[in-house]
Ligand binder design. Structure first.
Ligand SMILES: Cc1cc2nc3c(=O)[nH]c(=O)nc-3n(C[C@H](O)[C@H](O)[C@H](O)COP(=O)(O)OP(=O)(O)OC[C@H]3O[C@@H](n4cnc5c(N)ncnc54)[C@H](O)[C@@H]3O)c2cc1C
Ligand code: FES
Length: 268
């Protein structure tokens, strides 16, 4: 690790020396890392990178045993491996007005896509949410890149009280929006999809099923999109939100919960 610093409670921001990944990555792609030999393979989005200096930026939320182990790493520590860049890059075109909606650590995943849309000449509004003011990440970085940033907190301790979907509905009332990109918890992406479906606004979501190899070999990350089975690691992770079967995604992600609880208990 070149740098390691807490960005929010339970969320750590790293710069990792990975020159070859830094040279080739594009917005929307991810790496799979292992904290040490024999550790679980963990997919993490490349939030930023610098090809000249040879590093990539990762932002990691502790949700279970492996992400807690990763977030115990400090400057000078190393991952036993970093594989990537993986996944299909975000499709970024000059479409006009784009709203990027990020919830929780989903803001880290949304950030490079927002920057890419700005670079493509789009007018980008970022709507980002967190439980409290302390849980909101990357507000300054997004403010530096986007035309506008709307912060929402569940408890009203910063920005607008309430959910990102309320802020999105207001933005859609204000004027034309050509594309919405939503990244965050499944419930949030499902809610955003409901808001944009009735208005027929093209919407992209980044799916986060359990992944194992990350290269299309194991089938662990299969999702149902437009009635067809897709592998999120190679066909995605971004998909047309209006075609995604969120029930199937939710059920598959829940199916490992007992196993994960046992892993946490062992780690403690
Ligand atoms: C393509 C992709 C990119 C991702 N990018 C990031 C990122 O940039 N930063 C980040 O903090 N996290 C990211 N994630 C999520 C991260 O991989 C998971 O949080 C991690 O695998 C959980 O491992 P664990 O052992 O710590 O938790 P576990 O003990 O395995 O699980 C703990 C809790 O997290 C949930 N969970 C498990 N796996 C996932 C998953 N793949 N996605 C979401 N929730 C999960 C479980 O349902 C459970 O409730 C990404 C996931 C994918 C598929
Ligand atoms: S993670 Fe194995 S096929 Fe996608």
């Amino acid at each position: 690790m070149l740098t390691a610093a807490w960005a929010a409670p339970g969320v750590k921001r790293f710069r990792v020396a990975a020159p070859r990944v830094a040279e080739h990555w594009r917005a929307g792609q991810f790496v799979i890392v292992r904290a040490g030999e024999g550790a679980e393979r963990i997919p993490l989005t490349i939030a930023e990178g610098d090809a000249t200096e040879g590093w990539i930026g990762l932002i990691v939320q502790s949700v279970g045993a492996s992400t807690t182990e990763i977030n115990s790493l400090e400057v000078g520590d190393t991952f036993s491996d970093v594989v990537g860049p993986l996944g299909t890059p975000s499709e970024v075109e000059a479409v006009g007005s784009v709203v990027v909606v990020g919830g929780g650590v989903g803001v880290a995943i949304a950030y490079p896509t927002a920057v890419a849309h700005v670079a493509a000449g789009n007018d980008v509004t970022a709507i980002i949410g967190g439980r409290t003011a302390d849980h909101v990440i990357l507000e300054q970085e997004l403010a530096a890149a986007c035309s506008r940033v709307v912060v929402c907190t569940d408890d009203g301790s910063a920005g607008r009280p309430g959910f990102v979907t309320d802020a999105l509905s207001d933005r859609l009332e204000e004027g034309e929006v050509d594309l919405v990109v939503a990244i965050g918890p499944i419930a949030m992406m499902r809610a955003v999809t409901g808001v944009t479906r009735s208005r027929q606004i093209p919407t992209i979501v980044s799916l986060n099923p359990i992944m194992v190899d990350g290269t299309g070999m194991c089938g662990g990350c299969r999702v149902l999109v437009g009635g067809e089975t897709k592998f999120a690691c190679v066909d995605g992770p971004e998909f047309d939100a209006h075609a995604v079967d969120f029930d199937v995604l939710d059920a598959r992600n829940r199916s490992y919960r007992d196993f994960e609880r046992r892993a946490c208990a062992v780690a403690e």
